[in-house]
Structures are given as structure tokens and as C-alpha cells.
Design a protein around this ligand. Structure first.
Ligand code: SF4
Length: 251
């Protein structure tokens, strides 16, 4: 598909908001080298596709794609399909088979599997970023992920925090950026269908049962009563009234 065929109304809408998020949060500077995390799910394939389109306002950058296989698919078919997709698009990429997902669900790990799983995956991604000379790592977290994380951290972590659109790590050596930060999940998924990506289903046994899924379902339910609920939570993060939050006396 050439770029003209790609220029649908939805593409232009997503592109506009992706570029706005990148500029608002200074995510990309001239000459940056990005490592784009692609799980093979709809969101990450959409991120890769959008970042691989001519930009109007965003400075020039280069990128490498990374996929970490979590070890859930014994057939390896999804891995092969993704490998073929990257090759067909002539991306510079790294694919790695691991047993991180299996380890996170083994007796070795008594904690929440997602904690160990994301920690190990991230560690490997950071290492690959350094090996490949990338100064920024782009993840496909969208607006809904940011909202869900805020609630997960409140419900389970006793804190008010979430994913940052542009986060400096290791004293500024690396940055994690989230160019989809303004985009609604519903539209990202719609774009993935419009572009007919071959999406890899997450074969993790926890994926349908995770805290994130619980919060997502809860928000879906609340949204039936209040269609603006996600938008309102997102906006509330930029409207924190410190003076109206209790501070607890130190013991
Ligand atoms: S849902 Fe599964 S793959 Fe995703 S972070 Fe949790 S354990 Fe890992």
C-alpha cells in the first residue's frame, strides 16, 4: 500500500494527534534513534505504521523495531508471521525468543506475573536499545492505557501516578516515549482493522484476567452511564488541586 492509499480520514486524524503529542511532550529531536517496541498486537502495529509515515512537523529520526517473544506460543507461527512482516517492510529489526512469560507464571514467581514479566521484558529492551545505539524507546501505550494505569496504581499501589508520555530513565541516557498518548484505544484498534494488520493475539493466560482487564471492564461499565468518563479522568490528571488533597500526619 502506498502513502496515498494510506491517507484515509482516520489515518489523518490519528497522525494529527500523534504529531501533536510528540511535539507537546518534546518526544523526538532531530537525529534521534528510536527503538520501537512491537508485540504484534493491534496497538504496536499501528504505532509502527504511523511512525513509519512522512511527518509534517516532527524532526527527522531513524528507528529500529524490537520484538520480544514471551514464550507462550509453542508453534512459533506468530513469530514467523511477524518476522515476515518486518522483512517485507524492510525494517531494521531485532526479534528475540525468550521464556520470560513462562518464568513469570512458574512456581519460581509467587508475585503477580505481570510484575516480573514486564520487568524482565523491559530490562531486555533497555539492553537492546543500548546495543543498537538508540536513545529513545517508543511504546504503544495510548490514552486508555494511561487512564487505566492511573486507576491500577490507585487501587493496588496506593499512589496517584501513571505512565508518562515522555519519561527520562538512567539519568537521561534513555527516554521512554509514548507517541499514542492522546489517542483513544478504540480508534487505534479501528485503524489496525482498516489497515488489515495481521494481529498476534496475546496468548498469555493472565491477559484476560489481569488487573488491567478488570479496570478496563469497570470503565466500560461506567462509560455506559457516563460516556465522558475516560475523557474526564484523562483531563483530571492535568487539573490536580493539591490544596484539596489530604496530607496525612507523619507518625
Ligand atoms: S498480561 Fe501476561 S504478557 Fe502481559 S504483562 Fe501480564 S504476564 Fe506479561
Amino acid at each position: 500500500m502506498n502513502d496515498c492509499e494510506k491517507n484515509t480520514k482516520l489515518f489523518l486524524h490519528l497522525k494529527k494527534w500523534l504529531e501533536k503529542a510528540i511535539l507537546d511532550y518534546d518526544m523526538i529531536a532531530e537525529g534521534d534513534r528510536l527503538l520501537i517496541g512491537v508485540s504484534g498486537g493491534a496497538d504496536s502495529l499501528a504505532l509502527l505504521d504511523l511512525l513509519d509515515s512522512p511527518m509534517i512537523f516532527v524532526p527527522r529520526f531513524s528507528f529500529v523495531v524490537v520484538h520480544i517473544d514471551m514464550g507462550f506460543d509453542p508453534t512459533g507461527l506468530a513469530y514467523q508471521e511477524l518476522d515476515q512482516y518486518f522483512r517485507e517492510h524492510q525494517y531494521s529489526y531485532v526479534m528475540e525468543k525468550t521464556d520470560i512469560g513462562l518464568l513469570a507464571h512458574s512456581d519460581f514467581n509467587r508475585k503477580n506475573p505481570c510484575f516480573l514479566c514486564s520487568r524482565l521484558r523491559r530490562k531486555r529492551i533497555f539492553e537492546i536499545a543500548q546495543e543498537k545505539g538508540c536513545n529513545k524507546i517508543a511504546f504503544a501505550h495510548h490514552r486508555d492505557d494511561i487512564i487505566e494505569t492511573l486507576l491500577i496504581n490507585m487501587f493496588y499501589g496506593r499512589e496517584i501516578s501513571t505512565m508518562m508520555p515522555n519519561q527520562s530513565i538512567f539519568g537521561g541516557v534513555l527516554h521512554i516515549i509514548r507517541p499514542l498518548a492522546y489517542l483513544r484505544e478504540e480508534l487505534v484498534k479501528k485503524y489496525s482493522r482498516e489497515r488489515q494488520f495481521t494481529v498476534i493475539k496475546n496468548a498469555c493466560p493472565t491477559s484476560e484476567n489481569s488487573r488491567r482487564m478488570y479496570v478496563k471492564k469497570l470503565l466500560n461499565e461506567l462509560e455506559r452511564e457516563n460516556p465522558c468518563i475516560r475523557h474526564n479522568i484523562f483531563k483530571a490528571m492535568n487539573h490536580v488541586k493539591q490544596d484539596y488533597l489530604p496530607t496525612f500526619p507523619k507518625k
